[in-house]
Structures are given as structure tokens and as C-alpha cells.
Design a protein around this ligand. Structure first.
Ligand code: COA
Ligand code: THG
Length: 570
């Protein structure tokens, strides 16, 4: 089928559907929802049989939905309507929730239903539910809908009685009452607005939007009082306990601001807060960005960074934790990353917030390289990167520094930098990528700028195995592969092979040389005459709306498209 993805932006859900449908052999193209005329133009150029809208904020014009079958992916069960479906679901906390694929009509989300899929609700932030449960259910529901369309079936009309329009949520409805709301309510309110738009609140007499909340089991204080800091997060007392807040977005009149680590947003206001250590006991909930755990000869290193972005300070802390893990008498170190993201490379928000974005970029990339170098040169253990969540840019190459790369079947990889204003990239990618793919295929992958699914990544040799998409199935794969790799009888031999290969590669071309060459190009990206990287980062961080769809996504806009239907686009 020829399917046009019409999207507000090519977000994680759209990328996952793109990858899955491409895998099914569908003919796909993508158009950003810029305005009605541009949408009509795209439809004329591509002549799709189905228009699929996995992430759309505006109405599809009637000229389009009257003439073409348009499918809306709604993150709610049949009957649920409105732009804040998940926000309401988290606040109301039903046992199950769902995803519906419905046909676009003149009334928002009220069209007939082609398919739906259900999932069990989990107490988590909105973005996490969206990237995990909603995404998996959407893949199932979209495939069902397409199968039913091909089979000539009809959609089920929505019955008026169960219509349930849920309006957008206002900040006044999201507001926390620190004197009355127990911890569970505070968490639910912040989770329901995370990653967008956050819950507006006052801290030290200033307005901020709160994100990245976690419960704290030991600290306490007067309700609403800020009682401690840890890493870059702050701890705030509730009626019956306390919570950590990791990210704040300053609320400034007019200008559209962006979120950043809490202490960075607070500046000197946070200076006098007492530093609290996470400690070793695990019996009470607390915030641990980096966590290490050992099971026999296997060490597991978790790093739960918000949105997978790894700032300079985080790189240094993770490097220390990795060195500490390396000193243990283990045979395997598994780099577990975070549950939603493994890693997305340098922290573009922190860089944007810095007084010199160029200097901050330089420090950040050097700190990641220092970390990558330690992983690469580890000769006392074998290392595994376990990608439980999506991974992009520098994060992918950081993973390739490990000896074995495993992925959960549902994850999306974006193994390229160029979407960020032609950023050259570092993290030893010029060594790591050809090592796996060869020079030609490495160059092609970097140029493609397209997301990869785990199956595709395995097929080209970017990763070594995948399992899932259920988290438990992937965990089972991690455990077996770690056990096999760490098998005592063969471990010494494997380690010797690894050392020999590293020494051989080092003689051919030292790691320092790869790093110096990459950083020379990065220096130009940061300090040179071409400001593309700074512009792209600014637009990314400030969520500037798209003005056109790039040609690597909009196949229907490439020169020659349609003239040779079998070869156009490629
Ligand atoms: N720094 C800061 N924030 C980042 C980030 C980074 N490196 N990578 C992702 N994020 C944030 C996004 O801004 C978004 O924020 P939100 O909480 O406001 O929604 C969230 O993480 C990602 O959400 P998701 O929906 O999965 O992202 P996406 O689908 O829009 O796109 C990527 C996924 C990987 C293509 C995209 O996030 C990306 O291009 N990231 C930048 C990677 C990069 O260039 N890193 C620097 C080079 S090393
Ligand atoms: N039919 C048509 N177009 C559609 C849908 C449809 N476009 C996408 C849409 N479904 C997806 N669902 C919604 C439902 C409601 C709103 C947006 C997308 C909505 N938006 C508010 C507005 O536009 O004013 C703003 C909401 C906000 O503040 O976030 O109400 O079924 N043809």
C-alpha cells in the first residue's frame, strides 16, 4: 500500500510506525503538517491509498479527508476523544487504557473506528507510557486497521452514548496544592504533564514548570519546602513525604523557554540547599541517576538520564561509576542505560542554556569521548550495551564502544548526527562504525538520516541481537548473553582475543588519532563560520515549528519521483 504519514513532527511514535510499516513492505512517504495547502500538495504528489496520522495536532482539511481514507492514531480507547487523552488517563488512573485507530471526519476524533488495542496502565510519566505501552499498542492497532482495509471491511461507527470529549487541561487544573495533595497526587499531576507541558508552580518566588518527578522515602519537611539537592535535582517536601524534581522550565512572559536540570535553572538560588547522598540502602524509594548492581560475575550499570541526554557532569559521573565497576572482580559489565532511552548523546538543552554554547558543546563532547574511550579500552571485562529504550546520535556510538550490542525489539536507533545542523560527530564513530559495517555502508548509514528498527539494525550488523518488544523478554536475552559471554571456561580466551584486536587496531591507527580528527571537525561545527549546528540546536531545543519537510523524509518531493515508480526515491 502507498501510505503517507502526515505528522506534526517525526517523533518516536511516527518513527516506530514508519520502521514497522517499511518492514511490512509498505510504500511510505512523510509530510509535516505545515498548512492545508502544503498537505493537499503532498497528497497530490504522492497519491496515497491511506493517510496515516500518528501525531497530529491540527484538523486534516475536509478536501483531504473527504477524498482519501485518513487514519488517526488516538492514544485512548474507542469513545475517548480530545488532545489530552493520556494526561486525563494518568489523572483518573483506570486499570486499562488503549489506542484507537479511527477515521478522520469533520468532528475531531469522532470518526468510525478501524481498530483498537488495549494495555494495562502503569504508574509512570506520560512520555514513558507514550514511548512504551502506547507505541506497542499503536503498532498492533495500525496493522489491524490496514489488514481490515485491504480485506474490504468497514469501520465501526462510534456510538454517541460513549462519546467522551476530554478537553485540553489548563494549568489551573494541573496545579499542585502542597498543603493538601499527598505525594501520590503530586506525582500523578507531574507525571500527567511530563514531557509536555509540565506543571506550573512557584519555587523561591519564581515561576517554573516542573518535570521529572520521583518519590523520596527518607527526607521530609514542611509541605512545599525545598529540603535538599542531589546531582542536579532538588527535593521538595510534601504533606506525607517528599519528591525529587529533576527538570525545570522557567516561565518567562512572552518568550518560549525550555526545560533544563533543576539546579541549572535555579542558579544561585539552589546554592544553600544541603546535598543529600543516595546511600546504599534500597528499601526506600529515592532518586539514583546512576546505579550499579552485581549478580555473580556480571555487573549491571544503569544510567537513567532525563530524555537520554548526557551532559558534561553526567558524563563525568558515569565515567567514575564505570571505572568503579571495572575495579570489581566481575567478568562482564552490562551498560543498561535508562528504561525509556539508552542515550541520546550530548545534552542540547544544557548547551543551549550555557553562556557560551560553543564552549559547552566542546566540554560535553570531550566528556563523552572520555567515557567512550574507557569503555573501548576496558581489558579486564567484556562489555555489553543493552538498549532497553531508543538511542540517537552520540548515544548509538557510545553503545558501539561495547563488545556486544543488544536491543529490545521495539527500540528505534538514529545512528547519525547530520539532522543536527550537519554535526560531524565524535564518540570514535569513525573507528566504531566501519569496524561493524565497512567504510561504504558506514558512510551510507550516516548520510541516510533515517531511523532504524532493531530488526534492520541487526540485518546490517549494527547490533548483535534483539528480543522483545516486552521488557521481560529482552531482560532474558541480556541475562543469557551475559552468562554465555562470561562463561568461566572461555572467558580468558575471549578477553585475550579482545586485547589482541585492540592492540592490532591501535597499531593500525591509534584511538587518539581518530579522536583528534573527529574533534577537529567538531571544532569547526562549534566555532567555525557555518552556524548550522547552533541554529539547528536552537530550533530543536525551542521546538520551533517545521517550515518544510526535508527530502530524506518526503520521498514524493524528490526530483523525479513518480516518473519511474519502481526506482524513484530508493
Ligand atoms: N539533548 C537534549 N534533549 C534531547 C536530546 C538531547 N541530545 N535528545 C532528545 N532530547 C529530548 C527531546 O527534546 C524530546 O524532549 P521532550 O521531553 O520535550 O519531548 C525528548 O528528548 C525526545 O522525545 P522523542 O519524542 O523520543 O524524540 P523525537 O522522537 O522528537 O526524536 C531523536 C528522537 C533522537 C531523533 C531526537 O530526539 C534527536 O534528534 N535528538 C538529538 C540527538 C542529537 O543530535 N544529539 C546531539 C549529538 S551527540
Ligand atoms: N479529524 C480531522 N482531523 C484530525 C482529527 C480528526 N486531526 C488530528 C486529530 N483528529 C487528532 N486529535 C485532536 C483532537 C483535538 C484537538 C487536536 C487534535 C484539539 N486541539 C485544540 C485546538 O486545535 O484548538 C488545542 C488543544 C491543545 O491545547 O493542545 O482540540 O478526527 N479532520
Amino acid at each position: 500500500m502507498r501510505i503517507l504519514l502526515l505528522v506534526h513532527s517525526f517523533n518516536s511514535l511516527s518513527q516506530r510506525l514508519y520502521v514497522e510499516l517499511a518492514h511490512d513492505g509498505q510504500e511510505l512517504s512523510i509530510e509535516f503538517d505545515i498548512n492545508d495547502d502544503v498537505t493537499c500538495e503532498a497528497v497530490e504528489l504522492f497519491r496515497p491509498q491511506v493517510i496515516l496520522a500518528p501525531f497530529l495536532k491540527r484538523a486534516i482539511p475536509s478536501a483531504v479527508w473527504r477524498r482519501h481514507l485518513c487514519l488517526i492514531v488516538h492514544p485512548g480507547p474507542p469513545g475517548d476523544r480530545g488532545p489530552a487523552a493520556l494526561d486525563w488517563a494518568i489523572l483518573h488512573n483506570p486499570q486499562t487504557w488503549g489506542v484507537t485507530v479511527l477515521q478522520a471526519t469533520g468532528e475531531m476524533d469522532a470518526g468510525p473506528v478501524w481498530a483498537s488495542a488495549e494495555f494495562v496502565m502503569r504508574q509512570a510519566r506520560k512520555s514513558s507510557l507514550y514511548r512504551m505501552e502506547v507505541t506497542e499498542a499503536a503498532v498492533v492497532a495500525v496493522r489491524t486497521a490496514l489488514r481490515r482495509i485491504v480485506a474490504g471491511k468497514r469501520p465501526a461507527p462510534q456510538s454517541r452514548s460513549i462519546h467522551n470529549w476530554q478537553p485540553p487541561l489548563r494549568q489551573t487544573e494541573r496545579a499542585i496544592d502542597w498543603q493538601r495533595d499527598p505525594t501520590s497526587t503530586v506525582l500523578r499531576k507531574i507525571h500527567s504533564a511530563d514531557g509536555f507541558p509540565g506543571v506550573e508552580d512557584s519555587l523561591f518566588g519564581r515561576r517554573f514548570r516542573l518535570f521529572d518527578a520521583q518519590p523520596e522515602g527518607r527526607l521530609a519537611g514542611r509541605p512545599g519546602e525545598i529540603v535538599a539537592r542531589r546531582d542536579q535535582a532538588i527535593c521538595r517536601a510534601t504533606l506525607d513525604g517528599a519528591i525529587w524534581i529533576g527538570q525545570l522550565q522557567p516561565v518567562t512572559d512572552g518568550a518560549r523557554d525550555f526545560k533544563r536540570p533543576a539546579t541549572l535553572a535555579l542558579g544561585s538560588l539552589a546554592d544553600d540547599l544541603p546535598c543529600s547522598e543516595a546511600g546504599d540502602e534500597n528499601d526506600r524509594p529515592t532518586r539514583r541517576e546512576i546505579r550499579y548492581e552485581e549478580r555473580g560475575a556480571i555487573g549491571y550499570l544503569y544510567f537513567e538520564f532525563y530524555n537520554g541526554a548526557i551532559g558534561t557532569a553526567q558524563c563525568r559521573r558515569l565515567r567514575e561509576a564505570f571505572l568503579q565497576a571495572r575495579r570489581q572482580p566481575t567478568r562482564i559489565i552490562v551498560l543498561m542505560g535508562g528504561s525509556d532511552f539508552w542515550c541520546n548523546g550530548m545534552h542540547l538543552h544544557c548547551i543551549e542554556a550555557a553562556s557560551s554554547a560553543a564552549d559547552a558543546s566542546w566540554d560535553n563532547i570531550n566528556a563523552i569521548d572520555d567515557l567512550a574511550q574507557e569503555i573501548l579500552t576496558t581489558d579486564t571485562q567484556l562489555t555489553i550495551a543493552a538498549l532497553r529504550g531508543n538511542t540517537g546520535a552520540g548515544g548509538v556510538f557510545l553503545a558501539l564502544a561495547a563488545d556486544l550490542v543488544l536491543a529490545r525489539s521495539g527500540v528505534i536507533l538514529n545512528p547519525h548526527y547530520r539532522n543536527m545542523g550537519n554535526l560531524y560527530g565524535s564518540e570514535f564513530w569513525t573507528y566504531l562504525l566501519p569496524r561493524r559495517l565497512g567504510q561504504a555502508r558506514a558512510a551510507a548509514l550516516m548520510e541516510s538520516r533515517l531511523p532504524l528498527g532493531a530488526a534492520e539494525a541487526l540485518a546490517i550488523g549494527l547490533i548483535d541481537a534483539h528480543a522483545g518488544p516486552a521488557a521481560d523478554d529482552f531482560l532474558a536475552l541480556i541475562r543469557t548473553r551475559a552468562a554465555t559471554l562470561g562463561d568461566a571456561a572461555q572467558f580468558a580466551g575471549r578477553l585475550a582475543t579482545k586485547r589482541a584486536r585492540r592492540e592490532h587496531d591501535e597499531r593500525c591507527k591509534p584511538l587518539a588519532e581518530y579522536r583528534a580528527e573527529e574533534l577537529q571537525r567538531m571544532r569547526l561545527n562549534f566555532y567555525g563560520f557555518d552556524p548550522s549546528y547552533h541554529i539547528a540546536r536552537h530550533r530543536f531545543v525551542h521546538r520551533a515549528p517545521h517550515a518544510w519537510t526535508p527530502l530524506h523524509l518526503a520521498r514524493h518531493r524528490r526530483p523525479g519521483f513518480g516518473r519511474h515508480p519502481d526506482t524513484a526515491g530508493g
